[in-house]
Design a binder for this molecule. Structure first.
Ligand code: ZN
Length: 103
């Protein structure tokens, strides 16, 4: 993510995270936003599903205990849905894209 997108994620978290932004495990407030969005893929008993559903996520990690939160990268604004998908007019299932579509 570029700096603008990271700032967008921080703004998102400041708006949505109402509980003091303290770690639920250790109580620390030292969080790190992974600068690269990650993706969750469909579980298939150890085999990678090519073209399967992908959920892009932003990992936020507590720097004291390692507790990690995953936020949907489309909702946080860290990544944008690819135009081709929107043009197809596919029903919007937030956070679910196909085949590595989100970058
Ligand atoms: Zn913690």
């Amino acid at each position: 993510m570029d700096e603008t997108r990271i700032k967008q994620v921080i703004e998102f978290l400041n708006q949505k995270w109402k509980s003091g932004q303290l770690c639920g495990i250790c109580g620390s407030s030292r969080w790190h936003i992974n600068p690269k969005p990650l993706q969750l893929t469909e579980f298939n008993h150890g085999s990678f599903v090519v073209g399967g559903p992908v959920i892009p996520v932003v990992a936020i990690t507590c720097m004291h205990c390692g507790n990690t939160h995953l936020f949907n990268a489309l909702i946080t604004g860290a990544v944008q849905r690819e135009p081709s998908e929107a043009q197809k007019g596919t029903p919007s299932s937030v956070g679910q894209t196909t085949g590595g579509a989100a970058r």
